[in-house]
Design a protein around this ligand. Structure first.
Ligand code: DGL
Length: 261
C-alpha cells in the first residue's frame, strides 16, 4: 500500500470538520479528502436504506480517488451503515462511535447522556457499543432533530436555536448524567451556545478520542505517511459549496471553493 494515498473523510455537511480539524493538527503530513453531502443533509431524518445509498456513493467516489482509508466523521452513518460497508471495500474504514466506545466506557462514569440525531438514537448504537464494554453504565439517549439544521443554516445564535438547546438540556439534566456525549459531529459547533446553559466540562466531544484512535491505528498498521512535506487537501460537496465554506469557518478555514461531485 502506498502511504502517500489520501485518507477520505465524509459527513452530511460541515459537522465532520470537528474531527477533520483535529486530525489535520495531529497528522499534518497526511494527504486528505473531505466530502460534505450537502445535497442529502440532514442525515438524521433519513432511513437506513437511504443512508446506505449515500455511503455507497461516497465510498465508491473515494475508491476512484485511490484512498488508503476512510474516516466516517458522521455518527449517523457510523451507527446505521458501518456494519454493512466495512467488508465491502478493500481499504480500512474508521467509524466514530465504534472507535470511541471503549475509551468512553473506561472513563468510570455510571450515567452518561447522549445527544444525537434521530437516526443515531433509533439505532441504539451508543448504548450498545458502550454497554458492550461495561454493562453497568446507564446511557440516556436523547435526539435533537433540529440541531444539524441550525449549524448548516448558519443560525446557531438565533432565538429558536437558543431556546431549543435550553429545552433539550433541561430535559437531559432531569436524568442527572455525569457527562453528555455530543453524539453528532455537528454539535461541537453549538458549544458556544451549549455552554451558556451548562458547564463545558459536562460535554464529551468524541472527536479527540476518535482522532487519537485513528493516529494509533495508522501507526500500528504502518499506514502513516512519512514525509517532511505537509499533506495536500481537497474538499468536495454534493451541493452548495458557498454554504459549506461559510459554515465551516468555526472549525476550519477552507481556502478554495469545494468541487461539486
Ligand atoms: N454530523 C452527522 C452526525 O454525526 C450527521 C448529522 C445530520 O446530517 O443530521 O450524525
Amino acid at each position: 500500500m502506498d502511504t502517500n494515498c489520501p485518507i477520505g473523510f465524509f459527513d452530511s455537511g460541515v459537522g465532520g470538520l470537528s474531527v477533520y480539524s483535529l486530525f489535520k493538527k495531529m497528522l499534518p503530513y497526511e494527504n486528505t479528502l473531505y466530502f460534505g453531502d450537502l445535497k442529502n443533509m440532514p442525515y438524521g431524518n433519513k432511513s437506513k436504506t437511504e443512508l446506505l445509498q449515500f455511503a455507497h456513493t461516497i465510498l465508491d467516489f473515494f475508491k476512484e480517488q485511490n484512498v488508503k482509508a476512510v474516516v466516517i466523521a458522521c455518527n449517523t452513518s457510523s451507527a446505521n451503515v458501518y456494519d454493512i460497508v466495512k467488508s465491502e471495500y478493500d481499504f480500512k474504514i474508521y467509524p466514530i462511535i465504534q472507535s470511541c466506545a471503549k475509551v468512553i466506557s473506561n472513563m468510570n462514569f455510571k450515567k452518561i447522556g447522549v445527544f444525537a440525531t434521530v437516526a443515531t438514537i433509533n439505532s441504539g448504537a451508543y448504548k450498545s457499543e458502550i454497554q458492550k464494554y461495561n454493562p453497568n453504565i446507564s446511557v440516556v439517549e436523547q435526539s435533537c432533530p433540529k440541531w444539524t439544521n441550525f449549524v448548516e443554516g448558519g443560525q446557531i445564535y438565533s432565538e429558536e436555536c437558543l431556546s431549543n438547546i435550553k429545552t433539550q438540556l433541561d430535559k437531559m439534566m432531569c436524568y442527572n448524567p455525569e457527562r453528555i456525549i455530543l453524539g453528532c459531529t455537528h454539535y461541537p459547533f453549538l458549544k458556544p451556545v451549549l455552554t451558556k446553559f451548562a458547564d463545558e466540562k459536562i460535554f464529551i466531544d468524541p472527536s479527540e478520542i476518535f482522532v487519537k484512535f485513528i493516529f494509533d491505528d495508522l501507526k500500528k498498521s504502518n499506514m502513516q505517511r512519512i514525509s517532511k512535506e505537509m499533506g495536500t487537501e481537497k474538499f468536495f460537496v454534493s451541493a452548495n459549496p458557498e454554504n459549506f465554506v461559510n459554515n465551516a469557518s468555526l472549525f476550519y478555514k477552507v481556502n478554495k471553493l469545494p468541487s461539486i461531485v
